[in-house]
Design a protein around this ligand. Structure first.
Ligand code: 5GP
Ligand code: MN
Length: 347
């Protein structure tokens, strides 16, 4: 199966950049998810495999607890914790690889460090509307994860034979989490060809699933139950559902990072649902509401995320944020649903 992602020209350009680089920074978006951490650690493993000795993965802030087991997480440099070290890494870099994000602003507080960095830059990403002022831009919104793209690029660069089991685990984890365990955006045959290649490296896919998805604390499980039973509002005639979670509620259930991951997908189990929206107060910054949107059954939530929630993302999985109270965020959500009423009402 042909899984080449790059044209001959792009491949040559990338090879030259990698050949010339000695100090490499790999970075990804704020609140990094399985694909962000999986793809950056896999890319780092490849760069080390080809002899690069100075490769640092810099992330804006914490990653969820269910990714802790991924090989290499102990080497991640967090900007919010080690600001000076991250700044130095960018200052010394001659190549910066941006993975799994489309706009500089997605690294949030790390944004000035990234934009002021003089190093050459490559972007490997699968979100809509990428920034393109890079030496090489590999943007493929038709591919469901950056980790899959990284696998394809490593193969095209001739790195498959030497790929380690640890690198394969990172790639599988990213592919799995960005497709909800291969339940959406997961119909392209290439995905399963790649999985077979990863299995040949000795990964245990069932074990990876368990480590990621069967990692809830009892409190986190109860928080999910509380949201679905008591907080979810269902707008039946518009095939939409939304919920708003306060800081107080999260504290009550001893919230830790990652506990809300995927809760927005639960209402999608309702027959015919087109839109699910999650609103939650940020636990650290006041007057900030984090928004997640998911869509299906022919409706696409990305334009709504752009227009109403200062965000964006993928056609059917988007996010954003609102600088207001949770009550005001709920009012905006109702307004957004109303604005897309005609599309949502259709059977
Ligand atoms: P999640 O709901 O899992 O946090 O995010 C879903 C998708 O929405 C992410 O993969 C990302 O593409 C996008 N996204 C989340 N937050 C933002 C944001 O603040 N701005 C933009 N442009 N996209 C976001
Ligand atoms: Mn991704």
């Amino acid at each position: 199966m042909n899984i080449n992602l790059l044209s001959e020209t792009e491949l040559k350009h990338l090879q030259t950049l990698l050949h010339e680089a000695q100090h490499i920074v790999i970075c990804t978006h704020k609140s990094p998810d399985g694909d962000a951490i999986g793809s950056t650690l896999a890319w780092k493993a490849y760069l080390q495999q080809i002899g690069k000795e100075d490769v640092k993965v810099c992330i804006p802030d914490a990653y969820p607890d269910f990714l802790q087991w991924l090989p290499g997480t102990n080497t991640l440099l967090r900007y919010d914790k080690r600001t000076k070290q991250v700044q130095e890494a960018f200052d010394n870099a001659d190549l910066v690889c941006c993975l799994d994000f489309n706009q500089n602003s997605r690294v949030e507080d790390m944004c000035p460090t990234l934009t002021q960095c003089k190093a050459k830059r490559i972007l490997i990403d699968h979100h809509l509307e990428p920034e393109t002022n890079n030496e090489v831009t590999v943007s493929r919104p038709d591919i469901s994860s950056t980790s899959e793209m990284v696998f394809q690029i490593i193969c095209q660069l001739g790195g498959y034979e030497e790929m380690t089991k640890e690198c394969a685990q990172c790639i599988y984890c990213g592919m799995m989490t960005d497709t909800g365990g291969f339940t959406y955006n997961s119909t392209r045959p290439e995905i399963y060809f790649i999985i077979s290649q990863l299995l040949s490296k000795g990964i245990d896919k069932d074990n990876i699933y368990n480590r990621v998805y069967h990692n809830y604390s009892v409190n986190a499980m109860r928080l999910r139950g509380h949201i679905i039973a008591n907080k979810m509002r269902y707008v039946g005639d518009l095939h939409a559902a939304y919920f708003a979670v306060t800081k107080e509620e999260m504290q009550r259930f001893h919230f830790i990072k990652g506990d809300m991951e995927g809760v927005v997908n639960i209402p999608q189990q309702i027959k015919g649902l087109k839109l699910s929206i999650s609103l939650r107060e940020d636990t650290e910054r006041p007057n900030l509401v984090l928004v997640s949107l998911r869509s299906g059954n022919g409706f696409h939530c990305q334009p709504m995320a752009v227009q109403f929630f200062n965000g964006g993302g993928h056609a059917d999985a988007s996010g954003g944020k609102l600088h207001c109270s949770i009550e005001e965020a709920e009012a905006i959500t109702l307004k957004a649903i109303k604005a897309f009423e005609d599309e949502l009402r259709k059977k």
